[in-house]
Design a protein around this ligand. Structure first.
Ligand code: BGC
Ligand code: BGC
Length: 816
């Protein structure tokens, strides 16, 4: 127990606290993880906060007590567990009285990644009904990652990712975005979103940098408050949230953006003072604003997992910051606490976690937690406190009322008013780094080419966490009410009396005056976006395109799509104008509003965006010497000339190869090497570009393999990744064509023979297929082996493992 002074403060702090404390017996000494002194927080040093008293009145607390008095221990423990829709059905709830359901990034209703709003609503309603009609009759909380709009749902409004909103510096806009997003989420019957992220990213190598608003803790704090207000509305005592509001989640507690080298799920090796000053500031604001839930971070502080850090979860968050809501874990994050597994972890609950996120591990976790509750390994008082917090959230959402608040107005999805807010947000998120000779705005009547691989690419402008977790296969068809940047600019140029050609290859019938070149990062989420440095690498095609445009005297406006500032000095030097557009989402029209002058000679809006993070002068991260400081941003009203930038990365750049790339444009990248036996000959060939692939001919039965020092690919396995063969089948043959991954071998002969021969095809094999066939993913030393009979001929361009959002059947297992 905490110091008596602190207890007194908690007791005084509101009626809910008084009641829940009064009902709690003193907890006996419970088994928790011991955290080392450098990972033990001192709550009195932290900012105080308090959930508003309107969160739960004494009448609400009495109602909760009455419900709890009738609950069995089994029903109580069930409340503490959340399962993913890919691994549970509504029928399961009759036997397992779970408290919550989530739909993870790759989990669509009924296995359909592109389910529409009606299908989502149907599934949510089925889970709600099943839980109401069984056990204690308490409905499940249904949560989803609506992190930039209701982003799993085709047809929804996709707002800029948080980094772009940070550039806008407009808390009132954030509140409107929150309200619009909530209306779309609630429109499909869902109760809860896992947002906002309150990370304060320190190292831009981190793949989640774009989920953070800014480097400035004060801005993150103002935005956290605004987003919570927008999503939930203002809490009113004795009244549930509105039917167009949902519960928010302040995440990830704590210092997810402070890990060494920007490693996702890594370790923040910092003092308590820095933990507070840099990373904690969003939380008091979000709690004071009424945030109903907080998510624990996967990461560690000085080596201690946040999921098991009682000094932070209980001492700081619940006691010092007076947080009255529930603390949810992250995707099996509890299993990473030393001594825990994903199916067994009393230490997390004892540390202060209230709800396990146990996507597919929920069933054995339920059995183990129930046993531990019976044995007192988890004290009864702790179970009761967790259940009370969960019920408090449900009650505030109006889910426990005799006539529950009904969420489900599908007309809200992609509503015109929401699209208009997104368009405004896109325009306000753009940061103008350079505009020599006033090349922008594009003049009325101008001849404009819009080109580059991002010009007509909804996946690139929407980024990760869109339709699927990684966002790699998003298309324009997913957002019929949206526009790609290229489409939007072309139509506005034409409307202003000009000529526009949209061609990603950069071909144009007549020489354009200006080319808008849209380049940037491909979509990624979480660790998939972690980088060894922050240098942007143009492709050979990009370089050739820019050289061609410059040679013909066309002026260049680069629109840069990225989840973070990147070292792109050469590109900036080559460009007359350079716009950092971040990941703007579905409404490309917002870009055109600022870049294209209307017939009257003026664009609809000027640039107002300012850099949320410093823009680097070399490839180092954290940024040592900025090329453009935080807060920088030009406008038409305030133009300025930009000096030539340094183009030296000032460090050795790593090959883009990684543990996940085995063939890159026909070459095997380090650290991997190719082994072929005497039966096979190979030669470099052109598939779509010069020598971008390698052809292998089997002159006898034989095999080729890629080998190297074993790597751990567990996360890619758990993330639903697939092995991708980007190749051309030149000659298929009868008999087994065996693909091995580590110890597992599958026969893809039928797949190969069914594929069209003579043109490139992409063959995807889910990693789970190899897992089921016996591969050990903790040490993969031979990620590819192809064994085929004489005569087989194939041309490999790229082989890698990547996130996919689609369900693919496994090829048959080949016995050795
Ligand atoms: C992420 C969370 C997310 C959760 C559910 C985790 O991998 O870290 O941000 O809310 O998955 O999809
Ligand atoms: C899920 C995401 C989750 C991730 C965790 C994915 O399979 O769809 O929601 O964040 O795994 O690694």
């Amino acid at each position: 127990m905490r110091s008596s002074a602190l207890m007194a403060a908690v007791l005084l702090s509101g009626s809910w606290a008084a009641i829940s404390r009064a009902e709690q017996p003193q907890a006996p000494a419970a088994p928790t993880m011991q955290t080392a002194p450098e990972a033990t927080a001192h709550p009195s040093a932290w900012p105080a906060a308090r959930s508003p008293s309107a969160f739960s009145t004494s009448r609400d607390e009495a109602r909760i007590s009455a419900i709890m008095a009738k609950m069995t221990l089994e029903q109580k423990v069930g409340q503490l567990i959340q399962a993913d829709i890919s691994a549970i059905t509504p029928e399961d709830l009759a036997k397992y009285p779970l408290g919550s359901i989530l739909a993870g990034g790759n989990s669509g209703p009924y296995g359909d990644e592109r389910a529409d709003g009606a299908k989502w609503a149907k599934l949510v309603a089925a889970f709600h009904a099943a839980s109401r009609n069984s056990g204690a009759g308490i409905p499940v909380l249904f949560g989803v990652d609506a992190v930039h709009g209701h982003s799993n749902l085709p047809g929804s409004t996709i707002f800029p990712h948080n980094i772009g909103l940070g550039a806008a510096r407009d808390p009132a806009l954030i509140q409107r975005i929150g309200a619009a997003t909530a209306a779309e989420i609630a429109g499909t019957g869902i109760d809860w979103t896992f947002a906002p992220t309150l990370a304060v990213p320190q190292d831009l190598r981190w793949g989640r940098s774009y989920e953070g608003y800014a480097a400035d803790p004060a801005l993150v704090s103002a935005y956290g408050k605004a987003m919570v207000r927008g999503l939930q509305g203002t809490l009113v005592a004795g009244k549930p949230l509105g039917a167009q509001n949902v519960a928010a989640t302040a995440k990830h507690f704590l210092a997810d953006g402070g890990t060494a080298e920007g490693k996702d799920q890594g370790d923040a090796r910092i003092s308590e003072r820095e933990l507070i000053a840099t990373h904690a500031m969003g939380y008091p604001a979000a709690i004071d604003a009424g945030a109903l839930t907080v998510m624990a971070s996967f990461s560690t502080w000085n080596g201690a997992k946040h999921h098991g850090n009682k000094s932070l979860l209980t001492g700081v968050l619940k006691e010092r910051m007076g947080f009255a809501g529930l603390v949810v874990g992250d995707w099996n994050g509890h299993g990473q606490i030393p001594g825990c597994t994903v199916t067994d972890c009393p230490a997390a609950i004892n540390a202060g976690l209230d709800l396990f996120m146990a996507p597919e591990s929920w069933k054995p976790l339920f059995a183990n937690t129930l046993r531990e509750a019976r044995e007192g390994v988890i004290p009864a008082a702790r179970i009761d406190d967790a259940v009370r917090r969960i019920l408090r959230v449900k009650l505030k959402l109006g889910m426990l009322d005799a006539k529950p608040v009904e969420r489900g107005n599908p007309a809200m999805v992609g509503a015109p008013a929401h699209l208009a807010i997104a368009r405004e947000a896109v325009a306000k998120s753009l940061v103008l780094l350079k505009n020599e000779g006033g090349v922008l705005p594009l003049r009325p009547g101008a001849k404009v080419l819009i080109t580059g691989h991002g010009a007509d690419n909804m996946a690139m402008q929407a980024g990760g966490w869109t339709i699927t977790w990684q966002g790699t296969d998003t298309t324009s068809a997913d957002f019929p009410k949206g526009q790609t940047i290229g489409q939007a600019i072309a139509s506005q140029v034409i409307a202003a009396g000009g000529q526009a050609t949209l061609s990603t290859e950069g071909t144009s019938a007549n020489k354009p005056d200006v080319a808008v070149v849209v380049l940037g990062e491909r979509p990624y989420a979480e660790f998939q976006g972690d980088l060894p440095d922050i240098a942007f690498r143009t492709t050979r095609e990009d370089d050739a395109l820019i050289a061609r445009l410059k040679a013909q005297g066309t002026r260049i406006v680069t629109v840069f799509l990225s989840g973070r500032p990147m070292f792109a000095s050469k590109l900036i030097n080559q460009s007359d104008a350079f716009v950092a557009a971040w990941l703007p989402g579905s409404q490309g029209i917002g870009v055109a509003d600022v870049l294209v002058a209307q017939a009257n000679g003026k664009p609809l809006r000027d640039f107002t965006g300012k850099l949320p993070f410093a823009w680097p002068d070399d490839a180092h991260s954290p940024v040592l010497k900025p090329a453009f400081p935080t807060g920088y941003g030009l406008s038409y009203a305030k133009p300025a000339s930009v000096a030539r930038l340094n183009e030296d990365p000032r460090m050795e750049l790593a090959e883009s190869a990684s543990a996940e790339n085995y063939f890159v444009r026909g070459n095997v990248p380090a650290p991997w090497h190719l082994g072929i036996d005497g039966a096979i000959t190979s030669r470099a060939v052109d598939l779509s570009a010069q020598e971008d692939a390698r052809q292998f001919t089997w002159n006898a039965d034989g095999s080729l393999s890629i080998e190297g020092t074993p790597v751990d690919l567990m996360r890619q396995l758990n993330g639903g990744f697939a092995l991708l063969l980007d190749w051309r089948i030149d000659r298929a043959v009868a008999g087994p064509i065996k693909v091995s991954f580590g110890e597992a071998t599958l026969d893809i002969g039928d797949l190969v023979r069914a594929a069209p021969s003579g043109s490139p095809v992409q063959t995807r094999i889910p990693l789970t297929c190899f897992k089921d066939a016996g591969a050990n993913f903790t040490a993969v030393g031979a990620p590819l082996r192809i064994a085929a009979p004489v005569g087989f001929t194939a041309t490999l361009r790229n082989v890698n493992i990547e996130g996919v959002g689609v369900t693919i059947a496994c090829p048959p297992v080949q016995k050795k």
